[in-house]
Write a protein that binds this ligand. Structure first.
Ligand SMILES: Cc1ncc(COP(=O)(O)O)c(C=O)c1O
Length: 444
């Protein structure tokens, strides 16, 4: 026995452990993180919070969260969550979520979106909206297939596609007003086929992050037809459906007909609509075979959304929060109109351009800075080559933090940045635009 031998040499098992404990190297990683690619957004955010704590007056327009004067999770949701806790509803629930919640979701979809879902088999509640995005890709796509992603797009799409080792087929939508056209969709299907990774899924996000686009029913119809003709599943992400400002009514593609419903996985949730990003309640709706497969993975790897959050979230469907939600919409409409008018003025003075601000709470803006130079605080001349440089110029010179378009599966040279007005109110936005105008004058 090895231990006996060691004892003969005067070393016991504890000594052996001590020898091993001397190693200073770290275990090798699987490499999964590299596969996903980097996202600097969270790191940037941590940096901003640190700078703010140190007293730097940074206005944070980076986050996809909700905040600012008067914005809070509806009281009825908080009360129901707290009461579920007090009543001891703190144990496992069904993986798909409590039946009461699934029934409430089904009722809302039938009444508001004209699609009937069976709450027992066609709805999966989950830990926020991004978990079902991941589960749907995982459940549906093989490694020799690809997902078509109109870009710029929510960064998690591409990273989760990579994580599933599936192909990500980006389609640049800038020239068509940041919307996927039927022609571009057909071309992407052919290109993916020619690259030996046929398309299995198309992601449509409306209202869009970071583009602010809202697809109309007429625009969606040909896209859905092409998807069905080619056997492509549509992942329809409508997380921002309660924030539509252009008068368009939100339309769910699953409502076209039964075939469309069967070939669509709808992603939705309460993170944005009820200002409950931290509570983690999202859901997917779709064909029962897909939902069952997603539930299988969720059950083993993730588990369900916290029990008390499900009971709290139920209130969002009971109408008790209507007053609060309405004011949430009004507040965001006010911010959006304000941002639009300030950008309009900047268009005239500086030639700033931007995507439509039809929905969501983001503005994708091109400040005409690429190719220009400025002197930083140390007197060093710095050239602005792309979106990352624009963002670092704005944070260092104007102390306004924004996210470069590179964080949305889009090339750096474009120079665009995303301004989020989700967590900053009109007063702070006014200050942010004043500061940006001041520094733009300096480089103009
Ligand atoms: C387009 C889009 N979909 C889904 C999500 C996921 O939301 P969460 O996981 O916070 O519920 C987000 C979050 O920012 C998003 O922007």
């Amino acid at each position: 026995m090895a231990h006996d031998k060691l004892r003969e040499n005067g070393k016991g098992p504890t000594d052996v452990f001590k020898d091993k404990a001397l190693r200073t190297d770290a275990p090798a990683l699987s490499g999964i993180g590299d596969l996903m690619g980097g996202s600097s957004a969270l790191a940037v955010n941590a940096k901003i919070i640190e700078l703010q704590k140190q007293g730097h007056p940074i206005i944070n327009c980076t986050i996809g969260d909700l905040g600012g004067e008067g914005i809070a999770t509806p009281r009825a949701i908080i009360a129901a969550t707290a009461s579920a806790l007090a009543m001891g509803k703190t144990r496992y629930t069904p993986i798909q979520g409590i039946p009461e919640l699934r029934e409430a979701i089904a009722k809302q979809f039938a009444e508001n979106e004209g699609v009937n879902y069976d709450p027992n088999t066609e709805i999966l509640t989950s830990t926020g909206g991004r978990t079902p995005i991941f589960l749907a890709i995982w459940a549906l796509c093989k490694q020799n297939e690809s997902v078509i992603v109109p870009t710029p797009a929510f960064i998690a799409y591409e990273q989760l596609i990579n994580l599933c080792r599936v192909g990500c087929h980006r389609v640049d939508t800038k020239q068509s007003g940041y919307k996927l056209t039927p022609e571009a969709f057909e071309k992407a299907i052919l290109d993916a086929e020619n690259a030996w990774r046929p398309a299995k899924m198309l992601i449509i996000n409306t209202p869009g992050n970071p583009t602010g686009v809202v697809y109309s029913r007429q625009e969606l119809k040909p896209l859905m037809e092409i998807a069905l003709e080619n056997g492509i599943v549509v992942m329809y992400d409508q997380m921002y459906k309660t924030f539509i400002f252009n008068g368009e009514k939100h339309f769910n593609v699953a409502a076209f007909n039964d075939a469309a419903k069967n070939w669509t996985v709808v992603i939705d949730g309460l993170s944005k609509s009820c200002a409950m990003t931290g509570l983690r309640l999202g859901y997917a709706l779709g064909n029962k075979t897909i939902i069952a497969e997603m539930a299988k993975v969720q059950g083993m790897a993730i588990g369900h959304s916290p029990s008390v959050v499900q009971w709290g979230g139920l209130e969002a469907f009971n109408g008790a929060t209507l007053g609060d939600e309405k004011s949430l919409f009004d507040e965001f409409k006010k911010r959006r109109d304000f941002v639009l008018s300030r950008l309009g003025k900047m268009r005239e003075e500086f030639g700033v351009s931007h995507a439509h601000l039809d929905g969501g709470f983001y503005a994708l803006v091109n400040f005409p800075l690429v190719g220009k130079t400025y002197r930083n605080g140390d007197g060093k001349e710095i050239g602005i080559k792309g979106a990352k440089d624009v963002a670092s110029f704005l944070v260092s010179e104007a102390q306004v933090a924004v996210i470069p378009v590179t964080e949305f599966s889009y090339p750096d040279e474009d120079g665009a940045v995303r301004i989020s007005y989700g967590a900053v109110d009109v007063k702070q936005l006014g200050e942010a635009f004043d500061r940006i105008e001041t520094v733009l004058r300096k480089v103009a």
